[in-house]
Design a protein around this ligand. Structure first.
Ligand SMILES: NC(=O)c1ccc[n+]([C@@H]2O[C@H](COP(=O)([O-])OP(=O)(O)OC[C@H]3O[C@@H](n4cnc5c(N)ncnc54)[C@H](O)[C@@H]3O)[C@@H](O)[C@H]2O)c1
Length: 272
């Protein structure tokens, strides 16, 4: 049985923990941490098999565990990613935007090689990453258009220096166009998918991002277009937003659970 630690006990972390806590999951959740003690206690209360709450995030990696599942924030990845690998634990990262900081990417990638550990980045709220990876060397253009209800975009750094008032939008409105590299700092909680896409494909400077606010939608929709010598691909994913945190899509949570299950089981592996 693999031993799992969880960093971040919000809406995604809670649902990952509940999946591990179910009878047929081939792992045990042994330790958790959240910068909000209330969030960790609230989560532990819901579980049959109670993990230990550690006092700080660095204490997760010194435990007898196999993998740390991060579902907290980009800052959490930057803060503890290296020490997790140095302590010879694998890592599953959901706050993928952190890896578009080139120095963080290089440090973590070198540490994986040096300490013989692996970082897993689930496909999250999108589909098609297997195909994008396969055609990576032949890609000439890659773009993603993300459409969400204005409430799912609230709180993004972008609005600190923008005239746009999300409460006044009454029809589908393009609020941002730029590169994945820039978008990830302006919409850190919304744009993990663009980060993933660019890491799988042609890099964050060449991956184009458009963000649309639509008060008439109840979905988080991602439309991806890729073209090159191999041909052309388009993917549209219409995600149901998570009930507790509408910035997060249901598919992202299921994708994290599936990646962890694959890590924890010895079985036939399907897909690229
Ligand atoms: N890869 C993807 O497709 C994808 C999709 C959705 C969300 N995400 C990312 O996953 C992360 C979790 O999403 P969520 O919906 O559960 O968010 P959430 O806001 O519901 O929960 C995050 C939790 O992490 C805690 N936290 C934040 N920073 C922390 C730190 N430095 N150390 C310890 N705890 C910290 C918060 O207190 C909170 O309880 C976010 O960064 C989000 O952007 C990724």
């Amino acid at each position: 049985m693999k031993r799992v630690a969880l960093l971040g006990c919000g809406s995604m972390g809670t649902q990952i923990a509940q999946a591990i806590d179910s009878d047929d999951f081939p792992a045990v959740l042994t330790h958790v941490f959240d910068s909000s003690k209330v969030a960790s206690e609230f989560l532990v209360e819901k579980l049959k098999n109670k993990p230990e709450i550690v006092e700080n995030s660095h204490l997760l990696s010194s435990q007898h565990i196999d993998i740390v599942v991060e579902a907290a924030s980009q800052d959490a990845v930057k803060d503890v990613g290296l020490s997790i690998l140095q302590n010879k634990k694998d890592m599953l990262i959901m706050s993928v935007g952190a890896l578009l900081d080139e120095s963080i990417y290089d440090i973590l990638s070198d540490a994986c090689e040096h300490f013989k550990r692996t970082i897993y980045l689930p496909s999250g709220a999108i589909a098609g990453l297997d195909a994008i990876k396969s055609v990576k060397d032949e890609l000439e253009s890659l773009s993603i258009t993300t459409t969400k209800h204005p409430r799912s975009l609230k709180g993004a750094k972008f609005f600190e220096n923008s005239e746009i008032n999300l409460d006044e939008i009454n029809g589908s409105t393009v609020i941002y166009e730029g590169t994945a590299q820039e978008a990830v700092t302006l919409f850190p909680a919304n744009i993990n998918v663009a980060a993933l896409l660019s890491l799988a494909g042609i890099g964050s400077e060449k991956t184009k991002v458009k963000i649309v606010a639509d008060p008439n939608t109840d979905k988080n929709t991602h439309h991806i277009e890729a073209a090159g010598k191999f041909g052309k691909m388009t993917f549209t994913i219409e995600n149901v937003p998570d009930e507790i945190n509408p910035k997060t899509s249901r598919l992202a949570i299921l994708s994290a659970i599936e990646t962890l299950k694959k890590y924890c089981s010895n079985d036939i592996q399907i897909g690229t």
